[in-house]
Design a protein around this ligand. Structure first.
Ligand code: ZN
Ligand code: FE
Length: 238
């Protein structure tokens, strides 16, 4: 599977949408269309007409271009069945435990309440790629807006249970923001400093900070590495 990150809402919300293509079939999808212009430009460069739009959750900065791109590309929109009322233009509702096939590439749906109720991760196990929306960012996690901290904790444990060599693709570029807490909480641990150096090198070149593998994230992200709900609460300042 080919994965192209697309920076959207640059300088304000710094969202990442992603263009993903199953190379065997040529079938493509957009993950979380945040802003239409940069996505249309990327599709044009790659001469691709995406057949699907895959959403992680209902927030406007992840679904704002759903309807425009649906009509432009004649794409079908896939999101959590339980959140169908809040996902603009949804055509296919999907739940945890179900598989979505992007051509020959299967994705598992992982339910991750906390940031919102109805948030899902898209996990392409065969390709070792995980799209984490607003649950997991580099060195930080999403705000707990609709769910409880217990739900966020449970969601993070699902991510922790996935293999170390899975690469993850977050919904925002928040690495430098997350770095402040990661450095403070870890007392400037060498692995966090190393993580940050790589991120800064990439960002300076105008690239996304990552992708990073879950092994690095389990080690360096102070919220994913919390050993208990109480420790997570302490680290989040509850
Ligand atoms: Zn969100
Ligand atoms: Fe967001």
């Amino acid at each position: 599977m080919k994965i192209t990150p697309i920076l959207c809402r640059a300088g304000t919300m710094d969202n990442y949408s992603y263009l993903i293509t199953d190379e065997q079939s040529g079938i493509s999808a957009i993950i979380d269309p945040s802003e239409s212009a940069p996505i249309i430009e990327t599709c044009r460069q790659q001469n691709i007409q995406p057949e699907y739009i895959l959403n992680t959750h209902h927030h406007f900065d992840h679904t704002d271009s759903n309807l425009e791109l649906k009509s432009l590309f004649h794409a079908r929109i896939v999101g959590h069945a339980a959140d169908a009322a809040r996902i603009p233009g949804i055509d296919i509702g999907i739940k945890e435990g179900e598989t979505f096939n992007l051509g020959e590439t299967p994705a598992q749906i992982i339910s991750t309440n906390g940031h919102t109720i109805g948030h899902i991760l898209w996990y392409f196990a065969k390709d070792k790629a995980l799209f984490t929306g607003d649950v997991l960012f580099n060195l930080c996690i999403g705000g707990i807006f609709e769910g409880t901290i217990e739900q966020m904790w449970a969601s993070l444990q699902k991510i922790k249970a996935l293999p170390d060599n899975v690469m993850f693709y977050p919904g925002h570029e928040y690495t430098l923001y997350g770095a402040r807490d990661a450095l403070r909480i870890s007392n400037n641990a060498p692995e966090v400093i190393k993580y940050l150096e790589l991120a800064q090198n990439n960002l300076k070149k105008g690239l996304p900070a990552g992708p990073y593998c879950l092994k690095d994230e389990k080690q360096c992200n102070p919220y994913l590495s919390a050993q208990s709900l109480v420790e997570l609460e302490q680290r989040l300042g509850y």
